[in-house]
Design a protein around this ligand. Structure first.
Ligand SMILES: [Zn+2]
Length: 283
């Protein structure tokens, strides 16, 4: 029987999927999914059918204790209704709890934007991390190890671009500050999770900018190129955009000011992730 090219591809994809699935079943140690050890499933009310493919991974801190976080993420909070896919605990074992399967979208991002995308709930997987405030309380290494394992597994499965692994504060400028300036994004980048500028590029720009700092608008323009979406063109919006960048990439000083280190890191990031791409490929 005649088989169109697309149906042939579909059949081939199905066969490959079955093969891969069988491979996971027969050799569990090689299946990345097995790296997620779900300690417990909880029902989450704040879900809806997913209408877009998953292209983002968004990280949060809960700003609540573990019991309160579990209550809140089940939709039992007294104030705002939130949902999530995974919660990484702050207990000694740092277990992972699941609140919703990934084929459903959850309401964790709220009003948000990155590049051409708005309201990222539909295109993202969300991870909440138990920490009262990631701008004040460091994340224990054992909790970070669990987060790294969870993120690696999700990124591999959906082929998520490094520039699409983001903090809530990156996509909701001026509205959110989580997972905070103490979250170790550099350590995650070294484990293959998310973006980070090259040291050689940072050094190059530091030499250049030590002589003359670039204009604030030029640096904010590079941040917009990279993906940040200020809410308008005001001074306040520019300051909050720089703060969002600093909270992710230069957490030791988050003041919204352009200094040599901040400008150098922005330009190094722009060099690595923006200049090599045609504009149509940036999304
Ligand atoms: Zn958040």
């Amino acid at each position: 029987m005649y088989q169109s090219a697309s149906s042939y591809r579909n059949n081939l994809t199905l066969i490959l999927s079955l093969f891969l699935f069988a491979g996971c079943a027969s050799s569990p140690k090689q299946c990345p999914r097995d790296r997620i050890k779900i300690a417990q499933d909880f029902p989450c009310q704040e879900v809806e059918p997913r209408k877009q493919p998953i292209r983002y991974l968004i990280l949060h801190h809960t700003a609540a204790s573990l019991p309160s976080s579990i209550q809140m993420l089940q939709g039992k909070g007294e104030t705002n209704k939130v949902g999530i896919h995974y919660l990484v605990c702050n207990q000694p074992q740092h277990q992972v709890y699941r609140f919703a399967p990934e084929h459903l979208a959850t309401s964790h991002a709220g009003k948000s934007a990155w590049r051409q995308d708005q309201s990222l709930n539909q295109s993202s997987v969300g991870i909440e991390i138990v920490n009262l405030d990631g701008n004040l309380n460091p994340y224990p290494p054992s909790q970070i190890a669990q987060i790294i394992a969870l993120c690696q597994e999700i990124i591999i499965r959906y082929k998520i671009d490094p520039t699409h692994v983001l903090a809530h504060s990156d996509i909701s400028i001026g509205r959110k500050k989580d997972p905070g300036s103490l979250f170790p994004w550099k350590e995650l980048a070294e484990a293959g999770i998310g973006a980070w500028p090259d040291e050689a590029d940072i050094q190059k720009f530091q030499t250049l900018y030590a002589k003359k700092l670039p204009d604030k608008k030029e640096i904010v323009g590079q941040l917009i190129d990279y993906g940040y979406r200020p809410f308008d063109s005001s001074e306040m919006s520019m300051k909050l955009t720089i703060e969002a960048f600093q909270r992710h990439f230069r957490g030791k000083k988050v003041d919204g000011e352009i200094d040599v280190e901040t400008a150098s890191m922005v330009s190094a990031l722009h060099t690595k992730y923006c200049q090599a791409l045609p504009s149509t490929a940036k999304n």
